[in-house]
Write a protein that binds this ligand. Structure first.
Ligand code: SF4
Ligand code: SF4
Length: 452
């Protein structure tokens, strides 16, 4: 008789990006066979961990049945960020190993979402030494920093909810003198702090201080030389590459965030040159992000958004990049619709934890003014009100997003990959159509349904 499965799904890697959920993909894995191999490997890891007495800082958060995409608990390993969605058998094994349970401050049940977010993005300032053309927060040198005490207090509340990872971003988070202290506080509370930076002001000394504290640090680079300048309005690619090299030399786990802009995708060889440069500088991961019409990005949309055919061809380019560079590739939550024409197995995506729009489902974001929103692109709501756990459960906007993902309108309702895609990007729909619950107008299938 075969053993009962221990896992429903696995999600690998830290959550470094303040700008998207980010999903690790892999050429060999986005098939049902590949996903089964991975699930077996992580089930073996779980058994070995349990046989060894558990521990290692792993944290278990029970979920009401089905609350975590069919799993009855999530188990987070802070050393590499892996989250395992456990079956009842997996939960029994983890409990027998004496694992630390978290989430005492979370609601018992949240309709259409986990009891609390798995990851939270914290914009710790809107201030930035530069003012990139398409910045989704409209950050710049004249903007405000956030109240430091508020963020320390918020970390306590998030730990009580059982949040696994927090991502610090901005603005330029490195402008905060207490950034290291924030990261250390998150660690002391049992969460993994991650960081996104432009690399501005990040030399060897800063890298040596950050490396032991942060689980992963992602440097944002949107092209090399003139492409970077065309997209961001200033020349920062050398600075970003130097920051990657400094972080890698200091032993940090380093990734790169790249926004998929028109200039980058339409210029022959530009994407490939960027990939070679970041791999050469020592990056381990490369996260591709969809350009979103948020903040200054809304005004820059006509100039910087890629043409639809460039987005439609992005997936084969990612697979080529992965094969050529050996980097771990991430495909952001907003890019899931661009898998619809590429014969990927939705069940394989789900087993690998590759999910579209997780805003309000297992992701939450706090802006620099203290407002909470479903994701960091979506803007925050009012700051006053109930306890954080109650707001996670009851916030009307979060509930609307969850309801929309569970029962989307046409054409998402008949889409083969809806369970993984979750209906496209709400931020893009909101900005381009004036209704954030409308179908994502850039999705190839939505475009076909609309005759575009
Ligand atoms: S709206 Fe959803 S898909 Fe778009 S960036 Fe936010 S979480 Fe991702
Ligand atoms: S039709 Fe909807 S669910 Fe399907 S890929 Fe497009 S946005 Fe995603």
């Amino acid at each position: 008789m075969s053993e009962a499965p221990l896992l429903c799904w696995v999600r690998r890697g830290h959550r470094p990006s303040c700008s998207s959920a980010g999903s690790v993909v892999g050429v060999a894995l986005v098939t049902l066979g590949g996903a089964a191999v991975l699930l077996n490997a992580y089930a073996d890891r779980l058994r070995r961990w349990a046989e060894g007495g558990g521990g290692g800082g792993a944290r278990l958060r029970p979920e009401p049945e089905g609350g975590a995409e069919g799993a009855v608990a999530t188990l987070h390993f802070p050393e590499d960020g892996a989250v395992l969605g456990l079956t009842a058998e997996g939960l029994a094994l983890a409990r027998a190993a004496g694992v630390r349970e978290v989430g005492e401050g979370a609601p018992d049940r949240v309709e259409g979402a986990r009891r609390a977010p798995e990851e939270v993005h914290l914009a710790v300032t809107e201030r930035c030494p530069v003012a990139c053309t398409g910045c989704y927060l409209s950050a710049g040198p004249d903007r405000e920093g956030a109240d430091p005490n508020d963020i320390f207090d918020e970390l306590e509340r998030l730990a009580a909810l059982g949040v696994a990872e927090v991502a610090f971003g901005g603005g330029e988070a490195l402008l905060r003198a207490d950034l290291l202290a924030l990261g250390q506080r998150a660690r002391a509370l049992g969460m993994v702090p991650n960081l996104t930076t432009s690399g501005f002001g990040l030399g060897p000394a800063e890298a040596a201080a950050l490396a032991p504290v942060f689980g992963q640090i992602n440097v944002s680079i949107d092209g090399i030389g003139p492409i970077y300048r065309a997209v961001r309005g200033w020349g920062g690619s050398s600075l970003g590459l130097q920051a990657i090299a400094a972080l890698a030399a200091a032993g940090a786990r380093v990734g790169v965030n790249t926004v998929m802009s028109g200039p980058l995708l339409a210029t022959d060889g530009a994407l490939e040159a960027l990939g070679r440069a970041i791999a050469g500088a020592g990056a381990l991961e490369w996260q591709w992000l969809r350009f979103k019409p948020a903040g200054r990005g809304a005004g820059a949309w006509a100039a910087l958004a890629p043409a639809p055919d460039l987005l439609d061809q992005l997936w084969p380019r990612l697979l080529q990049a992965e094969a050529a560079l050996g980097l771990v590739m991430r495909w952001d939550c907003a890019l899931l619709p661009f898998l619809v024409d590429h014969a990927v197995e939705p069940a394989a995506l789900s087993a690998l934890g590759v999910r579209g729009c997780t805003g309000g489902a297992d992701l939450w974001a706090r802006d620099a003014a203290g407002g909470w929103g479903p994701c960091s692109f979506a803007g925050g709501g009012p700051t006053a009100g109930d306890a954080l756990g109650h707001r996670w459960a009851a916030d009307p906007r979060l509930r609307a997003w969850r309801g929309r993902a569970a029962a989307p309108p046409a054409p998402c309702d008949s889409c083969a990959i809806q369970s993984a895609c979750r209906g496209g990007c709400r931020v893009v729909a909101g900005a381009l159509l004036g209704d954030e619950l409308a179908p994502d107008p850039e999705c190839p299938r939505v475009r076909r349904a609309a005759g575009v």
